[in-house]
Ligand binder design. Structure first.
Ligand SMILES: [Ca+2]
Length: 276
């Protein structure tokens, strides 16, 4: 069945569907109890700490995000304005941009062995660029939709809106293996932007404020983190869209998150994420 079509710019942000930790394990039950206790005390029920804030282009419909050698690389979506960008972290200034064809909707982005790989949403076409120059080197095709993309250093790891993650060979783009994502045995769909950090797959869940951490080998969800309240009400406009975009600065151990058309990119530390 075809997944629900994603809005290009939702003027009235949808209420996120209920997603989150379920009290089916002792750990989840403890986390929920702590959450309930925090709520009852009037404290914000969040699972993160903001360490720094940086400007983010409010015209960037963030679909892919990564950090490498001191700069951010961003893939933006929407037909007619999709781009690959090199972005200065501190200012949010776009240092270099490559415009996609008007009929391509930019999606996930990964960097492996000096090459950038960019997915598109429904056209089944991906692009390969030189990471230094952003020169277009090649293109490839895949079946189904393109959502998130990251790498474990060997394979490209791709989400497509379903509950299955694909591992692609970066040379042939063949699917090497697939992993079914399960949260306490239940299929977890709408896995969106991805970041592979230290053997763990971090993922946005589309239309929610949740980031999940996944064991990419077995496919089981390790924990959920609620990013609610990250963007203040003052920073939101009718055009502000959902949380999406996770990047990691391995050299300085910095985790970055932002959202589609958000004015801010955050350096955060996840505090509620507990590995069983
Ligand atoms: Ca990412």
């Amino acid at each position: 069945m075809r997944p629900t079509r994603r809005p290009h710019a939702d003027p009235a942000p949808r209420r996120p569907r209920r997603r989150g930790p379920r009290a089916r394990t002792p750990l989840a039950a403890l986390a929920l109890a702590a959450l309930a206790a925090a709520c009852s005390r009037g404290e914000p029920a969040t699972g993160y700490e903001v360490l720094a804030r940086f400007p983010h282009d409010t015209s960037a419909y963030t679909q892919g995000l990564l950090y490498h050698d001191g700069v951010l690389y961003e893939s933006t979506g929407r037909y007619g304005v999709s781009e690959l960008r090199r972005v200065e972290l501190e200012s949010g200034r776009v240092l270099q941009r490559v415009r996609l064809p008007d009929d391509r909707f930019g999606e996930g982005l990964a960097l492996l062995d000096g090459r950038l790989f960019q997915l598109t949403w429904e056209s089944g076409v991906g692009y390969v660029y030189d990471a230094e120059t952003l020169a277009l080197l090649d293109s490839f095709t895949y079946t189904g939709e393109g959502w998130g993309l990251t790498t474990d250093g060997r394979s490209l790891i791709m989400s497509d809106g379903s509950d299955t993650i694909r591992f692609l060979d970066p040379q042939t783009f063949e699917t090497v293996r697939t992993v079914a994502i399960r949260d306490n045995g239940a299929p977890l769909k709408d896995i969106n932007e991805l970041e592979y950090i230290g053997g763990v797959l971090y993922a946005n869940i589309y239309r929610t404020d949740w980031i999940v951490r996944i064991d990419p080998e077995a496919g089981n969800v390790l924990d959920w983190t609620n990013m609610r309240g990250l963007l203040s009400a003052r920073e939101r406009t009718p055009y502000t869209d959902v949380l999406n975009g996770i990047a990691y600065d391995a050299e300085n151990d910095r985790l970055f998150v932002t959202g589609k058309l958000w004015p801010t990119l955050f350096h955060v530390r996840l505090t509620s994420g507990a590995t069983p």
